[in-house]
Design a protein around this ligand. Structure first.
Ligand SMILES: Cc1ncc(COP(=O)(O)O)c(C=O)c1O
Length: 390
């Protein structure tokens, strides 16, 4: 059943599409997003089907392959380059565990990554004597916090650098990195480029070809509006054969339906990274959410986030808050982090949740607001009004 694509305006403030709207002013899509109604419907349909008919005539496995194609389209990959994973961590761990590391190999990242993009590399440091280089965050002239592009390039510019591992958008500052420049730099030097895209996929443009990305991972539960525990891992076609799957089970192999004929020949495409039965209900709900986003262009969704964050930031400044998230050029994202010079952040966060039905987040001593396309201008105004002034 194909649905007529909707315009962006249809989704804004629409409680039929986003049932959370009457219940909560929700601004933590960089944490865990609420489900759109259609994703809930997909879960309910799954439950009914499996209660009444098990897998018979469900067509669900075919739908999952459609999701693979849609997810690939969103980042300009091929479906053969997409594997389903249970989370971002599993995708990143596949890269860490899938290559032959030598003592002295350098991995470059930032000093402010979410731990999903830090511990797998620290583990290599411990096990194989890999050198992990963490480029620090600095305070910009406008008081925003960034990891400068030139510092990342300088750190990567070393003959032993094998991999640059980076979040497209940093979870605590909201800084968006210049993937195109970094990717070109890496490709020119045969450095592998691995991107944690959970804070951007679905709402900011990603083009794995134009950006020369080798590996990318994103769970669906933030900006992609899916449920927790169903995500995607991209592996560039040319690297499939040399990236060892993390786990081997019955499904990685070419003849996965020929059970008694043990033939450990891995599938030629990214399905070689899937070791067993997929998270079917999670993927079906993820598909519903992703298709909502694919009714729009990523540029449209990005423009909507820009509109909402452009409304929020002056309001925060007027109330005396200091903005941590960079805004120059393309360094902005859907994340707006800010600091109160005097008030206790936990008290602000708790007051919003308990007294104003408003959900924001606390990360690294910063308050963090992450609105999605369906949030309204009125919700943003209410949030600003309910924050204490200085
Ligand atoms: C940058 C980043 N990577 C990864 C994750 C989550 O990882 P996973 O999908 O493995 O739970 C988060 C969650 O906050 C994140 O901000």
């Amino acid at each position: 059943m194909t649905e007529t694509p909707r315009q962006l305006a249809h989704y804004i403030g629409n409680a039929d599409e986003f049932p959370i709207l009457p219940h909560c002013d929700f601004f933590n899509h960089a944490g865990v997003a609420p489900l759109p109604r259609r994703a809930g419907d997909a879960l309910r349909a799954f439950a009914t089907q499996y209660e009444e008919r098990a897998y018979l005539d469900s067509g669900f496995y075919r739908q999952v392959e459609n999701l693979r194609a849609s997810a690939a389209t969103m980042i300009n990959a091929g479906p053969d380059e997409i594997a389903f994973v249970k989370n971002t961590s599993e995708g990143i761990a596949t890269v860490a565990g899938g290559l032959d590391w030598q003592p002295g190999d350098r991995i470059v990242t930032t000093a402010v990554e979410y731990p999903a993009n830090m511990y797998p590399w620290m583990d290599l440091e411990r096990r194989f004597g890999v050198e992990l280089v963490k480029v620090p965050e600095i305070t910009n002239s406008d008081n925003s916090r960034i990891v400068p592009l030139d510092a990342l390039l300088a750190a990567a510019d070393h003959p032993r650098t094998r991999l640059l591992a980076l979040s497209h958008v940093e979870y605590a500052s909201g800084q968006r990195h210049d993937l195109a420049t970094l990717g070109q730099f890496c490709r020119d030097r045969q450095i592998l480029f691995c991107v944690d895209a959970i804070q951007s996929m679905g709402v900011l443009p990603i083009n794995v070809r134009a950006m020369n990305i080798d590996y990318l991972a994103a769970d669906g539960h933030k900006w992609l509006l899916g449920p927790e525990g169903a995500g995607v891992f991209f592996c560039r076609r040319e690297l499939l054969a040399t990236t060892r799957p993390l786990s081997i089970g019955w499904m990685n192999v070419v003849n996965d339906q020929d059970y008694g004929n043990y033939d450990l020949t891995l599938k030629p495409d990214a399905r070689r990274f899937e070791c067993g039965t997929n998270n079917l209900p999670g993927l079906l709900a993820f598909k519903a959410s992703l298709e909502l986003l694919l009714h729009l262009t990523t540029a449209e969704v990005a423009a909507r986030l820009r509109t909402l964050t452009d409304r929020l930031i002056p309001g925060l400044r007027e109330k005396g808050y200091q903005i941590v998230s960079p805004r120059t050029g393309d360094s902005w994202s859907g994340i707006v982090s800010f600091i109160s010079p005097t008030h206790d952040h936990t008290s602000i966060w708790r007051d919003l949740r308990l007294n104003h039905n408003t959900e924001i987040a606390l990360r690294e001593k910063r308050l963090r607001v992450s609105a999605h396309l369906y949030n309204t201008e009125d919700q943003i105004n209410r949030l600003i009004n309910n924050l204490p002034g200085h």
